[in-house]
Design a protein around this ligand. Structure first.
Ligand SMILES: C[S@@+](CC[C@H](N)C(=O)[O-])C[C@H]1O[C@@H](n2cnc3c(N)ncnc32)[C@H](O)[C@@H]1O
Length: 281
């Protein structure tokens, strides 16, 4: 069974999950292999991991998004109460006069705006029971963070070798950065009505540098990217990167149409699909 996120999101992995079962390519997390998603967004991959992870670290630089996930995890009942009698409208802020100062009200406005999001054209019904997502976050004992990815990686790599390099746990990093060529998509342009967050243009070379550092320390990396010469040049197979290609046509277009493209999954380990896990669920 596939699990949707309660958010709709530019660049969500929903299509890759429903068409290619992307989560089945990620190795199993455990006490010794904590899971970390550096670019969490709507969290589709995390919500479809086949096993509840022992520790999961979920990070995204977007403060409004992270505020929303924190509220769902810690104050779900209050959140549901606050949106009980509201619906998506052009001026969602009017329902919540204190939204600028109050994190709970801000999460409500973020959620309502997200369901109205003009980037995505279809209108949707408003889901008012968020218990499934709250429970899933709780089950994994998640830590939700709002840092630039390089700081989160440094923090975790330090945390897991703290004082005792012998007791290194290798982390499973899943990374879904902005596509190559889309460095500005999540910045100012990704303003959702009045909830604006400042996000600097994305630096692919910095991610590559941090990935080499993590790889040399023995961590496990899975990176989703769009196929293009620049990405293939950054992660060449002759330097030990494994690459799997997936056909990608998110709008269900006919073969040969221009929106068809190829999505990559890159890793420092052979990429294996663990299909039998589906039968065990
Ligand atoms: C492609 S989206 C992730 C989508 C997600 N996998 C999903 O299924 O919804 C990329 C995410 O990276 C975040 N981001 C952009 N620059 C970042 C940075 N420097 N550090 C951490 N997160 C960043 C954006 O806020 C956005 O949520």
């Amino acid at each position: 069974m596939m699990h949707k996120s309660c958010l709709r999101y530019n660049g969500s992995k929903w299509w890759m999950q429903t068409n290619h079962h992307l989560s089945e390519y990620i190795m199993k997390a455990s006490h010794d292999h904590p899971y970390c998603e550096l670019f969490f967004g709507s969290g589709v991959l995390f919500f479809n991991l086949w096993h509840p992870t022992i520790h999961a670290f979920l990070n995204d630089i977007n403060g409004q998004l992270i505020n929303f996930w924190n509220i769902i995890r810690t104050r779900r009942a209050e959140f549901e109460d606050a949106i009980k009698y509201v619906w998506c409208a052009a001026n969602n802020q009017d329902w919540f006069p204190n939204w600028e100062a109050d994190p709970l009200e801000r999460a409500c406005v973020f959620y309502l705006n997200n369901r109205l999001n003009q980037h995505i054209t279809k209108p949707t019904i408003l889901e008012k029971d968020l218990s499934w997502w709250a429970n899933r976050l709780d089950q994994s004992r998640v830590f939700i963070d709002c840092k630039p990815f390089e700081e989160e990686m440094d923090y975790l790599m330090k945390l897991y070798t703290h004082n005792d390099p012998e007791r290194l746990c290798d982390i499973i990093f899943y990374e879904d950065p902005p596509y190559f060529g889309s460095e500005y998509v999540y910045g100012k342009k990704f303003k959702v009505n009045d909830l604006e967050t400042e996000i600097p243009p994305f630096k692919h070379c910095l991610l590559l540098k941090k990935n080499w550092e993590a790889r040399e320390k023995g961590h496990n990396l899975y990176i989703s990217y769009n196929k293009c010469p620049e990405v293939l040049e950054m992660y060449p197979p002759e330097e030990g990167w494994y690459i799997k290609e997936f056909p990608y046509s998110p709008n269900g277009v006919a073969p040969g149409r221009s929106t068809e493209r190829t999505e990559l999954l890159i890793s420092n380990h052979p990429i294996i699909q663990r299909t039998n896990q589906r039968k065990l669920m």
